[in-house]
Write a protein that binds this ligand. Sequence first.
Ligand SMILES: [Zn+2]
Length: 332
Amino acid sequence: MKFTANVRLYCLLVTAVLGAGCGDSTDAPPVVSTTDVTQYSGSGPINIVCTTNIIKDLVRQIGGDRVAVTAIMDGPGIDPHSYTPSPQDTNELTAADLVVYSGLHLEGQFDGPLESLSHRGIPVICVTGGLSNEQPSRLIQTADGIADPHVWFDPELWLSCGQHLADEISEFDPDGREHYSKAAVAFAELMRTTQVEGRKTIASVPVTRRVLVTAHDAFEYFARSFEFRVQAVQGISTESKPGLRRVDELVTLLVDNRIAAVFTEQSVSDRNIAALVAGCEAQQHTLKIGGRLYSDTAGAEGTDQETLAGALLHNIRQIADALAATEPEDSQ
Ligand SMILES: [Zn+2]
């Protein structure tokens, strides 16, 4: 993927790691100076189009009144790994002053549209760009050697993404630099408060019962931040197909450890989780659905879960209720 100069600055940091999502290291153009960067010349709020509604929340938190934000995948049931942008989505992207996306291959079908934006000179910000450049990296690498994209459920990482966004958007809109900088500090505080509140809630779950079984592998960062073990039926992308063997492995784990509940996800089919419940039932182990978690999208507009912080705390309360409130079954 080739980016023109003005876009280059925004995605430069991630080229070596990401490949298609944020550029390709094999044909990367040279570094450009900030003078090459397109700056906002309009009046009124900057029209920013995001990919997911989790990104929309982040842009709102950092941009405040200086931005008007929409998301292409703006709902709790949309799967960003498999979502293919429609011609109308592409039109929306090309009408933007600025486009912001998550990266690390989360938006699996957006390579073409994002590349076409670069040809049109529309700036693009990849919010995980700063994380990809860190040494040592805080990103979790999968067995396939690629970075897990689900960074938003680790408040420490997400506040860094907020800072990165503030830095990058300040290059586009220098007049707002002070605003973005202050907003990033406030957002970092919100993330830290959320983490403290989440950990307090999780404390009600005994460590031995902190096993989170979900539909797809979106909770590794959550697990690291909130001291859980996670297991998922599908891999980090919902595009991967789980085998019967994986379902059998998980049934054995659930039965052996007397785990009381598993969780469905807003953006992933319930079919595989239903197979786990049936498998446990066949072995006389009652497994309930502990709740429906937000994974790759936040909640609907106008709800408490429309923000990442709200969605995360909602998840945590559901997990704690399901795993802490249930008495362990009779000894094995
Ligand atoms: Zn995912």
